[in-house]
Ligand binder design. Structure first.
Ligand code: NIG
Ligand code: FE
Length: 419
């Protein structure tokens, strides 16, 4: 299959030879080629250029033409933070919040993550897979071209392995690349556990098994008051390092308790949430830029801030410190029941004050880097996957955030195939 996109108003994120990520101050320089063409072949980007130098079509066989007059073409979204696998939605808890309870009060009363753990226990592996597969299809329809998925609603050895096997099965059947993260330390399981004993159990039994069975690309923990402290985080990340697994850590969602510095110390791949951020955290992230393994990517999850009415991650502060900011969806049944990355990008502009190209770079090239898929997705470059978005006709890229509530994306291509 070959396809030619022609008369593109702006080809966004296109490189002959792309960088691995964009640091804060250069995110607004994510390149745009105006009045462009783009050729794809066998699911990959073949070539691109300016319409002014369009070489013409020599071989018409099997060629499909996509006239993109007035439209932008972008790399598909790279969603580096999701909890896509779960058994049931938590609409009832949303109603409780509308009636005045807080997310934390609901969690303290045994709801929240523990609610999801109870429903997950009761659901068969096969049903979990079928439900998650539908959500994945929906996310791809909405423009997602690569995704990370976490466990974390099992909260027993068997439950967590069940979730990881579901993610493994999604990987096998999905047309987009998927990364799996073991998030056993998501909440303290019901029963006789505390944060310390459950973390020790995870380190002793679950982590080694998940790694040896090839089920976990990364490890994660919810480092937060009432969940897992810095001490547990250190033990978990140290153990992960001995298994050669890097971390993507939930930190600073409600409280800054030192999880950022601990994550940097163990060369985490990303620190996610950061709705709270103090100077010490910022300094730790800046120190992390010198790390031999590359940056510790700061990941903002504006859908969670929107849905829980909590502060937005101060991304301008992070970008001014030249950090490579990422936007993810946090798609989960409690704090962000949406995998719509276009909406996350819109919130990036409207609520976090990002320029259109900064928000787009955060959700594409930097998102890809935050799941080590940046040799495959996140930019438009020869050889990269043809995972692309075509916008509706628009006067400028700011229109993507301007008509909030409207979907600015007209077409999605995954491996060159129209969704
Ligand atoms: O990223 N904060 C921890 N984990 C998820 C929410 C989990 C849930 O409420 O089910 C998050 O917001
Ligand atoms: Fe999350």
């Amino acid at each position: 299959m070959r396809r030619l996109f022609k008369n593109i108003k702006g080809l966004v994120g296109c490189y002959e030879s792309p960088p691995a990520w964009l640091e804060g101050r250069s995110m607004s320089e994510f390149p745009i080629l105006e009045n462009a063409w783009l050729a794809i072949e066998a699911g990959r980007i073949a070539d691109f250029g300016s319409m002014d130098d369009f070489p013409g079509i020599i071989d018409w066989s099997g060629l499909e033409i996509e006239d993109c007059e007035g439209r932008y073409v972008l790399p598909a979204w790279c969603d580096s933070h999701t909890h896509l696998v779960y058994a049931a939605d938590r609409g009832g808890e949303f109603l409780e919040r509308l009636q005045g309870k807080s997310y934390q009060e609901i969690a303290e009363a045994g709801g929240g993550i523990l609610n999801s753990a109870r429903t997950l226990r009761a659901m068969s592996e096969n049903q979990l897979l079928e439900d998650a597969a539908l959500r994945l299809e929906h996310a791809m329809d909405q423009g997602t071209g690569a995704m990370e998925i976490k466990s974390g609603y099992g909260l027993t050895i068997d439950g967590e392995l069940k979730m990881l096997r579901v993610i493994q099965a999604l990987k096998a059947r999905s047309p987009i690349p998927i990364k799996a993260t073991l998030l056993a330390c998501h909440a303290i399981p019901e029963g006789d556990w505390d944060a310390k004993s459950w973390t020790a159990e995870v380190i002793a039994h679950l982590l080694p098994q998940a790694v040896s069975e090839g089920l976990a690309d990364y490890v994660d923990a919810f480092c937060e008051t009432g969940y897992f402290g810095v001490e547990e985080l250190h033990s978990l990340l140290e153990a992960a390092q001995t298994h050669g697994v890097r971390a993507k850590v939930h930190v600073n969602q409600f409280n800054a308790i030192g999880g950022v510095a601990a994550s940097v110390q163990w060369n985490a791949l990303s620190v996610d949430h950061l709705e709270e951020l103090n100077d010490e955290d910022l300094r730790a992230l800046q120190d992390g830029m010198e790390g031999a393994l590359g940056p510790v990517f700061p990941v903002a999850l504006p859908g969670c801030s929107h849905f829980l009415s909590i502060p937005y991650t101060p991304v301008r502060k992070l970008m001014d410190a030249n950090l490579p900011v990422v936007i993810g969806s946090d798609h989960n049944p409690g704090s962000a029941p949406s995998g719509n990355m276009t909406l996350a990008v819109q919130l990036g502009m409207v609520k976090m004050g990002m320029l259109p190209l900064e928000a787009i770079a955060a959700a594409t090239i930097n998102g890809a880097a935050a799941m080590e898929l940046n040799q495959e997705v996140g930019v438009i470059a020869p050889g990269w996957r043809a995972n692309l978005l075509v916008t509706k006709p628009m006067t400028g890229l700011e229109q993507m955030g301007y008509r909030f509530g409207d979907n600015p994306v007209e077409k999605v291509f995954i491996n060159g195939v129209l969704r």
